[in-house]
Design a protein around this ligand. Structure first.
Ligand SMILES: Nc1ncnc2c1ncn2[C@@H]1O[C@H](COP(=O)(O)OP(=O)(O)OP(=O)(O)O)[C@@H](O)[C@H]1O
Length: 239
């Protein structure tokens, strides 16, 4: 997945405009676990939404498997996303009336296919929820619901996995576990892109992107959390 000079401007009802992304470019390579960090409001989620096709960039392009998404019809774009991209966003989008297992199996049903039982079971095992597979979302904690959403996203073995704060509702140990799983999914060949506020966890990624005010200020190998904080504060790369 590649973003090329992506900009995004939001229009307010009073006619004013907010420039949220300013010509952002980067590539998330297959096999890499890329983490996006930045202060609150720096444009991380907006970037992820543009990559996920949920927001249309004001200008710039996003490429999936080398295909420019702007050049596809909405239907072809939706199909490309369903086939290639998995998402975990902040509101986990679980269906209340379905069990954890059924929620994880949902993408198969939406695709008109019978769920592959072994894959659904394996995905729930990866996130440590095999024993709670029959529970409804309302019978799970927030962190467990988040992990069901992760299991659902990884179940279809997407080539690109986009996750927004996947560990936001988790304790440190479980968060580390989830990060390790994301890293493993990348090591198995997917391009995994994760937005997080966890700067220490970011040190374990393959690549880090540091954003501020809609710009990418650093992209490269992981750097210590203290250096990232310095970039947030100074607005420039400290090395
Ligand atoms: N639909 C919208 N209309 C207007 N402004 C928006 C909209 N969505 C986001 N913004 C603004 O864009 C800026 C970036 O938001 P975004 O959610 O991308 O930031 P973020 O870095 O993910 O922040 P956080 O870490 O707090 O989740 C914010 O100032 C936000 O208020």
């Amino acid at each position: 997945m590649r973003a090329s000079t992506v900009s995004k401007e939001f229009a307010a009802p009073d006619g004013s405009h907010t420039q949220v992304l300013n010509g952002v470019s980067f590539e998330a390579a297959a096999g890499d676990f890329t983490v996006i960090v930045g202060p609150s409001g720096s444009g991380k989620s907006t970037l992820l939404h543009c990559l996920a096709g949920l927001e249309r960039p004001t200008s710039g392009e996003a490429f999936l498997d080398g295909v420019n998404l702007n050049e596809l019809t909405p239907r072809a774009r939706a199909r490309a996303y369903r086939k290639i991209v998995g998402f975990v966003f902040q509101n986990y989008n679980l269906i209340d009336s379905l069990s954890a297992w059924e929620n994880v199996a949902l993408p198969f049903r939406l695709d008109g296919r019978r769920p592959e039982v072994s894959r659904v079971d394996a995905a729930l095992t990866v996130v440590g929820l095999a024993s709670k597979r029959k529970r409804l979302p309302s019978q799970l904690s927030g962190g467990e619901q988040q992990r069901v959403a992760i299991a659902r996203a990884i179940c279809s073995e997407p080539a690109v996995l986009l996750t927004d704060e996947p560990t936001g509702a988790l304790d440190d140990v479980t968060a580390q576990f989830v990060f390790d799983q994301l890293k493993r999914i990348a090591a198995n060949g997917a391009a995994v892109v994760t937005v997080t506020h966890d700067l220490v966890a970011a040190e374990r990624a393959d690549r880090v992107i540091v954003m501020r005010s809609g710009h990418i200020l650093y992209t490269g190998l992981p750097i210590p959390a203290t250096e990232i904080t310095a970039i947030f504060a100074a607005g420039e790369v400290s090395r």
